[in-house]
Design a protein around this ligand. Structure first.
Ligand SMILES: CC(C)(COP(=O)(O)OP(=O)(O)OC[C@H]1O[C@@H](n2cnc3c(N)ncnc32)[C@H](O)[C@@H]1OP(=O)(O)O)[C@@H](O)C(=O)NCCC(=O)NCCS
Length: 192
């Protein structure tokens, strides 16, 4: 679906989205702070609410956290050419690690939603968390956020309404397949 222009270099990936523009996914850097502030400030009220649970201004500490996901955490952005032709950050995603579980969150600029960026970021976070040997991913998603819940279920997450807060769904995905002992394999396994 990403077309022939797919380019990979380390963790960075470039590809052409549905509207025909080339975008680039890469690790977030400390100097992305201003671009992340601009991304957050430019969000519609609904997107801001879905991601940050507020329709108002998102405090600096939270925006700073988008580039600083803590020990073992991962932060990613997607850049696309801005009006001036320079790369602009149009999406941000990260996970923070608690114990052996990665807690994820993602946001895509309104004008870029529906182009596959969110799905791509979540898939990349899942791959990186799995490669890091983490046990699982989890997240809290507003129950009315049908798009996010649909993408996550499609990727393999299970979801359930939070028993303590019906406005939230808890989503989770096991990353490491449980070890299978040789005894539990079918008798003809090695002959296949
Ligand atoms: C949720 C979000 C991250 C998804 O990213 P995105 O780039 O817009 O989504 P994608 O283009 O990757 O995927 C959209 C998919 O959702 C599906 N979808 C769209 N609206 C939907 C809806 N109302 N119900 C169910 N599925 C829906 C589409 O069919 C599409 O599937 P496809 O790829 O098979 O065509 C993005 O919309 C966003 O930032 N929203 C605001 C912030 C937010 O909700 N963040 C998550 C907080 S946990």
């Amino acid at each position: 679906m990403e077309g022939k222009s797919e380019i990979r270099s380390g963790d960075a990936e470039s590809w052409t989205v549905k509207r025909g523009v080339q975008v680039r996914l890469r690790r977030t850097q400390a100097q992305d702070g201003g671009a992340l502030r601009a991304l957050v400030d430019g969000l519609s009220r609904e997107s801001r609410y879905f991601r940050f649970l507020t329709g108002g201004r998102v405090v600096d500490q939270i925006v700073d956290g988008l580039a600083s996901p803590g020990p073992d955490g991962v932060a990613l952005v997607i850049e696309a050419p801005g009006a001036d032709g320079e790369p602009a950050v149009v999406a941000s995603a990260e996970y923070v690690v608690t114990g052996r579980v990665a807690e994820l969150a993602v946001v895509v600029a309104d004008a870029w939603q529906g182009q596959g960026l969110g799905r791509r970021l979540i898939g990349k976070l899942r791959d990186l968390a799995g490669a890091a040997g983490l046990d699982a991913m989890r997240g809290d998603v507003l129950s009315e956020n049908r798009r996010m819940l649909a993408i996550l279920r499609d990727i393999g997450f299970s979801s359930r309404r939070n028993p303590e807060d019906s406005y939230l769904h808890e989503v989770s995905l096991a990353l490491q397949a449980p070890a299978r002992s040789a005894q539990s394999l079918p008798a003809d396994w090695f002959a296949r």
